[in-house]
Ligand binder design. Structure first.
Ligand code: CA
Length: 220
């Protein structure tokens, strides 16, 4: 899963990027509205943390522009403390949730998890497929209750497939959603991650759909 952080305050931007990275997301950062707009048009982003007070193009203008253009990526807006009219404008402008500054990082992470879960049609906080469970709250993956250690990229691949259970996901799509824009990508590495995941989780969990991609079946 890939998150865009649009925040002009450098320290806060770094803190958000770091916390999200540690939580297992690929993170793209933008210090102004133009950059955020560019990234949302050109990259595959799963959720956005959007500061409303951004230079060049403000957050509310961006949000309205994206919604008018039919871009329905989940957006969590960051508003100034106590600014209730900003919250109302933000939600009316198409935001899915908001946080007032200053905030607890844990709460931002929890709200983002919920947005991503709902956007992918998952009601339960823990993702399950047969014997495999993935808990986005802790980053833990288990097979038949036993913890499995994954690298960050293996986790991102599995998390994306688990969020989109029952659907075939191409190698290109996976590549887009596991790396930030600044990362030097190599789509062949997806095959490597899939092979390692199969060794760790059991070979039947991830199915190869020839010529199309990979799928984790919808099973309970
Ligand atoms: Ca700001």
């Amino acid at each position: 899963m890939r998150i865009l952080v649009a925040e002009d305050e450098p320290q806060l931007r770094r803190q958000l990027a770091e916390a999200l990275g540690e939580a297992g997301y690929a993170v793209d950062s933008a210090a102004d509205g133009e950059r955020a707009d560019y990234l949302i048009q050109t990259e595959e982003i799963d959720a956005v943390v959007l500061d409303l007070g951004l230079p060049k193009i403000d957050g509310l203008t961006l949000l309205r522009r994206w919604r008018e253009a039919g871009l329905f990526v989940p957006v969590l807006i960051l508003t100034a403390r106590g600014s209730w009219h900003e919250k109302v404008q933000g939600i009316d402008g198409g935001a899915d949730d908001y946080m007032s500054k200053p905030f607890r990082m844990e709460e931002v992470l929890a709200r983002l998890r919920a947005l991503i879960r709902r956007a992918s049609g998952n009601a339960s906080p823990e993702l399950r497929c047969g014997a495999v469970t993935l808990d986005p709250r802790t980053g833990r993956v288990r097979v038949d209750g036993a913890a499995v250690r994954l690298t960050s990229h293996e986790f991102r691949v599995l998390s994306y497939l688990m969020h989109h259970r029952g659907r075939v996901v191409s190698q290109a799509e996976l590549t887009e959603h596991i790396y930030a824009q600044s990362f030097n990508r190599d789509s062949n590495t997806v095959e490597v991650f899939i092979a390692r995941l199969r060794r760790k989780l059991g070979s039947a969990v991830i199915e190869t759909v020839r010529g199309l991609g990979y799928r984790i079946e919808e099973r309970t």
